[in-house]
Design a protein around this ligand. Structure first.
Ligand code: NAD
Length: 532
């Protein structure tokens, strides 16, 4: 089925190309479309890609009845009603890592320009002067850089500062000491960063907690002659307090890429010789734009294909390395969800997901979402995603119970899903051997070992000679190729009822399945489509 993507702000050509390369995706580029036109055409589209100009309001989202994903080519999502998107199960993705390097490099450029007074010297020279004494600077080597906010950009700035042989002190209450140690950085209190740094650079988001986190009191505690850099968000530093601190001589200079009001109107800071400034361009590089365009195109493609996305704004945040680790388990969880829902009849009351082994110590909330996606996709015939899956459970009154244990017998990791319905419980377990190699290893009490991919027939049969041969004959008659076959028992003794799992290259019709169920020795047979 062809899905349509609407692009309403400028994104890099390489991203558009990537989208167009997908044979099931059609791309319409309508830069500068009016809000009225957007409302009119949005019902046709499965995806909308914007930068910061297009306002994606609640109305747009509600009228976009086919919308699955909104891509923001950049970071901030102030122009998107994320709450409305979440309520409708629309994934909002952004590309926060796309401009990280550019922002970090700009920060370093600002720091060096500030301490060597390059912009001032440049203006002076161009206005006809040759003033070498006035522009005496300082080295940064051996000086202390205080980094507030050690996230993506803060940590890159810190590592670049170490390359300049600076000492780095950092404050970030949400980063572990181990992570800082890996980066070779000393994590300390905000007060110590403020008191002991020769340069202070902020890299936090602007939140209620960070608004004016550097204000009059903090400036009082700083070393005399400190330099301040803000390439993060205007408002983290109190501009009035900064002005006073520069005027009093406490702060030697400030480099600002961002302002409380943008563009800044009549800002007294811009009149100060000690202040150098750029118009919010830290992320403005060709490389960042290309990278953001590619990332957003990839994310939108993944979301349209129902695959996991890395940067969903309306999902709990996940670190890139954690995401890489969880990727096979997201796939496995979804497949177990599909299978368990296929095995249960009637309504589901509870979903129990249990994680074993190495999984127990990771952030499994995502995997539980993937399990629910599989369950509900099976029941609702598709269209469920990681954002909407938990909401579907809540709206249907289905309890989701998650637990974990580090213990396992023969596997390093296991996911066990139990669906509780009216008078029935269905249990499926699976494991991952590597990035691509996922297996179902238990259905109820039956030990199995098969790859949950494509079309699979699962059948119970009497454990006696001849039954499997009859199944082979039947599939041969209908030209259905059996790619893999697995037979399993609950306990390893002959007789009783055994399980047969067939990976087939093409799906069997319901007539073939019925004929299979009528074969001598076959108890039942179901077809499960696990997808790719
Ligand atoms: P990030 O989310 O990776 O990192 C932010 C860090 O701030 C996190 O580690 C978080 O734990 C920390 N933090 C949050 N609250 C804090 C607090 N109260 N005290 C100390 N630390 C706190 O974000 P990022 O991608 O590194 O971006 C950092 C900032 O840079 C953001 O404000 C972003 O909007 C801005 N940015 C600006 C430009 C530009 O053009 N000037 C470009 C890109 C990003």
């Amino acid at each position: 089925m062809v899905q349509k993507v609407l692009i309403t702000d400028n994104i890099a050509e390489n991203g558009i190309k990537l989208l167009k390369r997908e044979k099931d995706i059609r791309v319409d580029v309508r830069i500068g479309i009016s809000p009225e036109e957007l409302l009119e055409i949005i019902p046709e589209y499965e995806a909308l890609i914007v930068r910061s100009q297009t306002k994606v309001t609640r109305d747009v989202i509600e009228r976009g009845e086919r919308l699955k994903v909104i891509g923001r080519a950049g970071v901030g999502v102030d122009n998107i009603d994320v709450q409305a998107a979440t309520e409708k199960g629309v994934i909002v993705v952004n590309a926060p890592e796309g401009n990280t390097i550019s922002a970090a490099e700009h920060t370093i450029a600002m720091l060096l320009s500030l301490v060597r007074r390059i912009p001032q010297a440049n203006s002076s020279l161009k206005s006809g002067r040759w003033d070498r004494k006035k522009f005496m600077g300082s080295e940064v080597r051996g000086k202390t850089l205080g980094v507030i906010g050690l996230g993506r950009i803060g940590s890159l700035v810190a590592s670049r500062a170490l390359g300049l042989e600076m000492k780095v002190l950092a404050y970030d209450p949400f980063i572990s000491k181990e992570r800082a140690k890996e980066l070779g950085i000393t994590l300390t209190s905000l007060q110590e960063v403020i008191m002991k740094s020769d340069f202070i650079t902020v890299h936090t988001p602007l939140t209620d907690a960070t608004r004016h986190m550097i204000g009059e009191n903090e400036f009082k505690m700083m070393r005399k002659g400190v330099y301040i850099v803000n390439c993060a968000r205007g408002g983290i530093i109190d501009e009035n307090a900064l002005y006073n601190a520069i005027k009093s001589g406490k702060v030697a200079g400030a480099a600002l890429d961002v302002f409380e009001e943008e563009p800044p109107v009549n800002s007294p800071l811009l009149e100060l010789e000690e202040v150098i400034a750029t118009p919010h361009i830290a992320a403005s590089t060709f490389e960042a734009q290309k990278s953001v365009g590619l990332i957003i195109a990839e994310e939108v493609i993944n979301a349209l294909k129902g695959l996991a996305v890395k940067n969903a704004v309306n999902l709990p945040p996940i670190k890139p390395e954690e995401y890489e680790f969880l990727k096979p388990f997201l796939m496995l969880g979804e497949k177990i969800g599909i299978l368990s829902a296929r095995l249960i009849e009637g309504e589901i009351h509870e979903v129990h997901v249990k994680y074993y082994g190495v999984l127990a110590s990771s952030d499994t909330a995502y995997v539980t979402r993937a399990v629910l996606k599989g369950v509900f996709d099976s029941i609702l015939g598709g269209g469920v995603n990681l954002v909407s899956a938990p909401m579907i459970a809540t709206s249907r009154g289905i309890d989701v119970v998650e637990s974990s244990t580090t213990e396992t017998d023969n596997y390093t990791n296991l996911i066990e899903v139990e669906l509780h319905g009216k008078n029935q419980v269905r249990k499926v377990m699976g494991t991952s051997f590597g990035k691509q190699d996922i297996r179902i290893i238990k259905i109820g009490d039956y030990n199995v070992d098969f790859i949950p991919k494509g079309h699979v027939i699962i059948s119970l049969h009497e454990d006696r000679p001849g039954v499997i041969g009859r199944v082979g004959m039947l599939f041969g008659k209908y030209n259905i190729n059996i790619a893999r076959m697995h037979v399993g028992r609950t306990v390893d003794v002959p007789g009783g009822i055994a399980i047969m799992v067939l990976n087939v290259d093409n799906p069997p019709s319901s007539e073939v399945l019925s004929e299979m169920e009528r074969l001598d020795g076959i108890v039942n047979a179901i077809h499960v489509n696990f997808g790719g």
